[in-house]
Ligand binder design. Structure first.
Ligand code: CTP
Length: 407
């Protein structure tokens, strides 16, 4: 039995004799663990009572658009957005006509117009009303708007006529609900994406360190975009002050050596994206105690080179299928990026100009150039979120031939 635990639906009951079947639908939804909120249209109140539905759903039933307390407790906008799915059952000819034309003159139609969620309707009406060109026009318009339909079924109606117009049975509606609430397969479903981000922090002594100005914004935006495409997303991040994007697995690190260690531990992966501004050098030997000022003599620091995380992973035995580097340059951007592409052995370098005045470090926008063996592709200036989305879509496409080969 498919569980609907954690899912929440808003059931909008229209005014038709089939409304009595919604009792069973609510019971089935509750058995599966779904939270069910209910709106009754004015006409529906003639067929079913708020009291019986409130007892079945265990929630307050909403009936009037202008109830002050409802607007305080939960406005119609919030009511329609808090749900994962809206269900209209029975969807009467009148309610469907309102939906198709964007009318909002009561709570039911207002919630339907205000929602940004998927909508499933279970039409129920007399066969002639269903077959009327006006209703069929509305059905077409609703389908074009992305509304899903279940039923109507053929059969004998309450009015004594026979034909299509009977509301689908509660079990059928439940199956359609389960189908719509199923997580949809996305381009990176089942794929693992590892991202490095932010600066690294290389200690001099217990209170001082070497670091850089990286804000981590581009890497965090990429992690968010990877989750949105369905990937298992690991974000290995140096110290930044950014919120953790929802669904991302954050692995906080400080030094380049820690970043490399965690990165290697996360291999194999399908895609690895190296956005971190790794400090190129660290102090050869970190002072165990805070360095003290001794008169006249400034300490001299001996630096040693940090491991190149991107090159190590890219040349390693567990190389991800797609490896992407970033190149922060202050001149000859694409030439330097092309050299890095070869030297570091990655499939793609996202090059950007970080020279003074470009506003990239810490800013919200980025102008990037994609450098690969195929050449250079210049992208117009975009927000870091847009760069992230476009980049992840491109990387998902780059994985496709490899997926085909594996089939
Ligand atoms: N990178 C890395 N590990 C390092 C240095 C860089 O993983 N120790 C990665 C960065 O995350 C980025 C790419 O390599 O994806 C290029 O970084 P960049 O700083 O532009 O290049 P560097 O190799 O440091 O070269 P240079 O500083 O000489 O330009």
């Amino acid at each position: 039995m498919t569980s609907l635990a954690g899912k929440s639906v808003l059931l909008i009951i229209g005014g038709g004799i089939a409304a009595y079947k919604t009792h069973e639908l609510v019971r089935l939804l509750k058995t599966r663990g779904a939270a069910v909120r209910i709106i009754l249209s004015k006409a529906a109140e003639q067929f079913v009572t708020p009291l019986s539905l409130a007892s079945l759903s265990g929630e307050k039933v909403y009936t009037s658009l202008f109830s002050l307390t409802d607007e305080v407790e939960m406005g119609h906008i919030q009511l329609s957005r808090a749900a994962d799915l809206l269900i209209v059952a029975p969807a009467t000819a009148d309610l469907m006509a309102k939906m198709a034309n964007g009318l909002a003159d009561d709570l039911a139609s207002t919630a339907l117009l205000a929602t940004d969620k998927r909508v499933l309707i279970a039409p129920a009406m007399n066969v002639r009303m269903w077959q009327h060109p006006a209703t069929q026009r509305n059905v077409e318009a609703l389908r074009r708007d992305g509304v899903s339909l279940v039923g109507p079924d053929d059969g004998e109606m309450a009015c004594g006529e026979f034909g299509p117009g009977r509301m689908a049975e509660p079990n059928e509606i439940l199956a359609a609900i389960i189908n719509l609430l199923k997580p949809r397969s996305q381009p990176l479903t089942g794929k693992k994406v590892v991202i490095t981000a932010g600066p690294t922090r290389e200690p001099i002594d217990p209170v001082r360190f070497i670091s850089n100005h990286s804000s981590g914004k581009q890497g965090y935006a990429i992690a968010k975009a990877a989750v949105e495409l369905g990937a298992e997303t690991i974000l290995i991040s140096g110290p930044v002050s950014l919120p953790i994007p929802s669904g991302v697995q954050l692995m906080p690190v400080e030094t380049a050596q820690e970043m490399l260690e965690i990165c290697e531990g996360e291999m194999p992966a399908d895609i690895a994206i190296f956005t971190a501004a790794v400090a190129d050098w660290r102090v050869a030997s970190e002072a165990p105690q805070k360095l003290k000022k001794t008169s006249g003599a400034a300490p001299s620091l001996t630096l040693t080179e940090n491991p190149d995380i991107l090159a190590t992973i890219s040349h390693g035995a567990k190389r991800p299928h797609v490896v992407v580097g970033f190149a922060a340059e202050t001149g000859n951007v694409t030439e330097h990026a092309a050299q890095k592409l070869k030297k570091k052995g990655c499939d793609l370098i996202v090059a950007n100009d970080v020279s003074a005045g470009s506003g990239v470090f810490g800013g919200e926008r980025n102008t990037v150039h994609l450098v690969s063996a195929a050449g250079v592709e210049d992208w117009p200036q975009m927000s870091k979120d847009e760069v992230a989305r476009k980049l992840m879509e491109r990387l998902a496409q780059m994985l496709v031939p490899q997926n085909k080969a594996a089939e």
